[in-house]
Design a binder for this molecule. Structure first.
Ligand SMILES: N[C@@H](CCC[C@H](N)C(=O)O)C(=O)O
Length: 292
């Protein structure tokens, strides 16, 4: 008898995910299985996978179980594990609401970067989701990003996962982004990095493209938008910890718009949409078969 595995498909500003509900942590998703699920021709197609596991049932999340019932087991489309995914947390929260596992209002989600607090707005007020993404860390030391023969300075920002934020004159300066831009020095990012290219659109309004570690160019990256907001604010001489005033930037991405705020205590808050677009089942033997 074959085993049917339930899945859903969702996205946040077109950063799309296969969601695999696995409350008791019974499904073993190897890197090859994740890559196959995310394959846009031979699989279901997505930038990443969100496995939904009870924190108490996952060794990496057990210690967070008192604070957050659910653990977001996030994987990039190449099967690698990442610490954090900002759009993923919004889509994860939307799934919990959709499945009747969470109410509108406040919700804690366990991630490999720690517990993140989300707020699901009432549908009558637009239904957006805000996530407290924690504090941005700005590791010291110069970083450069090279596209073709041109190298530019970048800012190293850690939002739970690593980013190199590079201001450019035109988003086309990022090139085709089929391959990862070269980032130096190598030692700055021992586990690789996400790279953001940013242009100004107006006062506290920027636009970006991103090459994601483990997924390639995507149409949106939540942690990337947060890193970009902090980099733009510091460049503009704005630091809420110094002024005591919150700062908000609008960040446009190919897949939509995110509002990112930084508060005087250093917390970065991301607000944007998250939708579930489909649900279905696949046969476990399909994955077994394609994986040999
Ligand atoms: N798309 C995500 C980031 C996913 C993880 C990233 N590719 C990494 O390896 O760090 C987001 O919305 O933040």
């Amino acid at each position: 008898m074959s085993t049917q595995i339930a899945f859903l498909k969702g996205h946040g500003t077109e950063n799309d995910f296969v969601i695999v509900p696995d409350p008791d942590g019974r499904i073993e998703l190897s890197p090859a299985a994740v890559a196959r699920l995310c394959d846009r021709r031979a699989g279901l197609g997505a930038d990443g996978v969100l496995r939904v596991v009870r924190s108490a049932a996952h060794p990496e999340a057990r210690a967070m179980a008192d604070e957050a019932e659910w653990f977001m087991d996030y994987r990039n489309s190449d099967g690698t594990v990442a610490e954090m995914c900002g759009n993923g947390v919004r889509v994860f929260a939307r799934y919990l609401r959709h499945a009747g596992l969470a109410e509108e209002g406040d919700l804690a989600v366990a991630t490999r970067a720690g517990v993140r607090r989300a707020h699901i707005a009432k549908e009558s007020s637009g239904g957006g989701i805000t996530v407290s993404m924690g504090k941005a860390l700005l590791p010291a030391g110069p970083v450069t990003v090279t596209v073709g023969t041109r190298s530019r300075p970048a800012l190293h920002v850690n939002m739970g996962n690593p980013h190199a934020v590079c201001f450019v004159e035109d988003l086309a300066d990022a090139g085709d982004l089929y391959t990862a831009p070269a980032v130096a020095p190598e030692g700055a990012y021992p586990d690789g990095t996400n790279v953001e290219f940013v242009v100004d659109r107006g006062p506290r309004h920027v636009a970006m493209r991103v090459h994601e570690r483990g997924s390639g160019e995507t149409r949106s990256c939540g942690t990337g938008a947060c890193a970009v907001m902090v980099a733009a604010a510091r460049r503009d001489g704005l630091d809420p910890a110094v002024t005591g005033l919150p700062v908000t930037y609008t960040v446009d991405l190919p897949g939509g718009r995110l509002e990112i705020a930084e508060t005087p205590d250093g917390s970065v808050e991301m607000t944007g949409p998250a939708v579930i677009v489909a649900e279905g089942v696949f046969d476990a033997s399909w994955l077994d078969t394609v994986l040999g």
